[in-house]
Write a protein that binds this ligand. Sequence first.
Ligand code: ADP
Length: 250
Amino acid sequence: MTPALAVEHLQCRYPNGTLALRDLSLDIGVGEVFGLLGVNGAGKTTMIKVLGTLLRPSAGRVRVLGLDVGRDRVEIKRRIGVMPQDINLDTYLDVRQNLIFHCRFHGVAKRESALRVERWLEVLGLRDKAQEPVLRLSGGTKRKVMLAKAFLTEPEFLILDEPTAGLDPEMRAFVWNSVLDFRRTRRTVFLSTHYMEEAERLCDRVGILHGGTLAALGRPSELTHKVGEDGRPLYIEMHDVFSNVVGSAA
Ligand code: ADP
């Protein structure tokens, strides 16, 4: 079976010479929820941009749903959903228009688009903001609209760049539930996060990115399992796990 994501010796260098990703190889199966952890500057957003076809690899090969990120950009874009870090909304259109246009662009029928958009506006508590231009929304509300946009087309492959960054606890729980619901449909999710707790809740496997390459790969429990003096597992902050892994690899 074709993996949902196949990365072979990926390298990404920015025009200023920064080597953001180096010799990264990774396979993700269909239906898997994969989490990419790493400190700031590790290369998470660069990786997400490559998967979303916004950035071309400098070397190596990346296939999303069997399609090449360099050659098959249009087809990949049609089949994925992305929630990036940077705003991907038309700020002069209102919330509803942004979401309707996105659905229609992805070929969802008119009536079905309207149904889906109204459902998302309802669950996100955005009905009273539906006619508000995105320009006037708070940062948190913009992120809600971006979240709806990623899920709306029911993509085969969902890519989320730090989806809960800057969200309040209630909204964070909502994002978690949305990912878990999505996972039940046996579709693939690739997300980046700072939080091991988030990865533990959501992900089948986690990769820890360090200096642009994978320093560790495994199930969250394999990377966090540690026992305290009282014999109970300790909650470990992401950077603790990170320094353990990188420290032991060095
Ligand atoms: P993360 O998302 O894990 O914080 P990034 O992918 O944003 O990491 O960054 C990885 C590295 O690439 C960092 O050294 C960062 O400074 C650099 N970088 C990111 N974007 C650019 C860019 N547009 N031009 C040059 N260097 C960049």
